[in-house]
Design a protein around this ligand. Structure first.
Ligand code: AHG
Ligand code: MN
Ligand code: MN
Length: 344
């Protein structure tokens, strides 16, 4: 008898998903993915506990070093990174990983077992918001390795298009802690019940709402925007009741929080290319691609303005890209504004 009082735990949900996968494909689940996702959830719980008492522990402020991005590393960035690396290393399901906070790929070697997945992650997204108690998060993407099972992974296992991902998702440390993930069969959200330490299904099969009522971008950067970006933002905020007019502005400054709000309520997030360099700020492997994978399976879309994020073949681990992500019609309208500018 199903005891509905318990709710659906993350483990139970993944097993249900795998059973459906087995019916579709005839493949018997080995349980590896379920265990891996649960280990990511354990890391999320540990980080959540630290985030929720950051003001009390000596965990606020800067760590006194800069990362490969040339950005000042916060103590909580380091804590989150070390937590995830150690938990994934011990999991037995990961052969190689890359983190925003670590220059080189992190190989999994003896005495740990190099498993069948390659992980890219942003251990703590929204670092500038850590000390001011604003929502932050962890973003992860999961590729099935290519090399021989049991051998060390390689950078090639990571430098693959987002379209090939086995799974992706994020943990958001906000008014509650939520884990959102997809394996390509729906996007599902779990809310942490801190009293029992379980992630319980709270948002099954999330679909981005039809109406794109919000645009989210740092307008303080508008002097660096291309003409097409300026034109697009002026259009979406102009009064009117067209599908892409009269939008409200919301910008939190944590990608994971801005993305999650748009996923639940509808909206478009833009961190566009700098007109002078043509480059973006956000990283392809552990920010743009995993969220593009989630957006796609919730009915949304993500682009650089020139091409689909999920089709991009990464050239290096910390590659930066422009990112326009959210309601498909809003993102496609941006692509048209870029194409129009190119054709004039
Ligand atoms: P991170 O904290 O992992 O470095 O990511 C910060 C990113 C992203 O979370 C956010 O959308 C963006 O930086 C904010 O950039 P600006 O402060 O330039 O708007
Ligand atoms: Mn980030
Ligand atoms: Mn980060």
């Amino acid at each position: 008898m199903e005891n509905s009082q318990i709710g659906t735990t993350l483990t139970h949900h993944v097993l249900l998903q795998q059973r459906q996968h087995a019916k579709r494909t005839g493949e018997q689940p080995a349980g590896d993915f379920s265990e891996l996702l649960n280990q990511i959830a354990v890391a999320g719980k540990i980080i959540s506990a630290e985030v929720n008492m950051a003001g009390l522990a000596d965990i606020l402020g800067v760590a006194g070093r800069t990362n490969v991005q040339g950005e000042e590393v916060m103590k909580l960035d380091d804590f989150a990174n070390n937590t995830i690396v150690e938990i994934l290393r011990r999991s037995g399901h990961v052969c190689i990983m890359t983190s925003e906070e670590v220059d080189d790929p992190i190989e999994v070697r003896e005495p740990h077992f190099p498993g069948k997945y390659a992980i890219a992650f942003d251990p703590l997204d929204g670092s500038s918001n850590i000390d001011v108690n604003v929502s932050i998060g962890t973003i992860f993407s999961i590729h099935r390795r290519r090399g021989e099972y049991g051998s060390p992974g390689s950078e090639a296992d990571l430098l693959r298009p987002g379209a090939e991902l086995a799974a992706a998702g994020y943990v958001i440390y906000g008014s509650s802690t939520m884990l959102v993930y997809t394996t390509g069969h729906g996007v599902h959200g779990f809310t942490l019940d801190p009293s029992v330490g379980e992630f319980l299904l709270s948002h099954e099969n999330i679909r981005i709402p039809e109406k794109c009522g919000t645009y989210s971008t740092n307008e303080g950067n508008s002097s660096t925007w291309t003409a097409s970006t300026r034109h697009y933002v002026d259009a979406v905020k102009s009064p009117g009741d067209g599908p892409l007019e009269g939008m409200r502005s919301r910008y939190i400054g944590s990608l994971v929080a801005d993305f999650h709000r748009n996923l639940i309520k509808g909206g478009v997030f833009l961190y566009p290319a700098d007109a002078a360099t043509g480059k973006g700020k956000l990283r392809l492997l552990y920010e743009a691609a995993p969220l593009a994978f989630v957006a796609k399976h919730a009915g949304g879309y993500a682009s650089t303005g020139y091409e689909s994020i999920l089709d991009m073949k990464p050239s290096e681990l910390h590659q930066r890209v422009p990112l326009i992500i959210g309601n498909r019609d809003a993102v496609e309208a941006y692509e048209r504004s870029v194409a129009d500018e190119k054709s004039t």
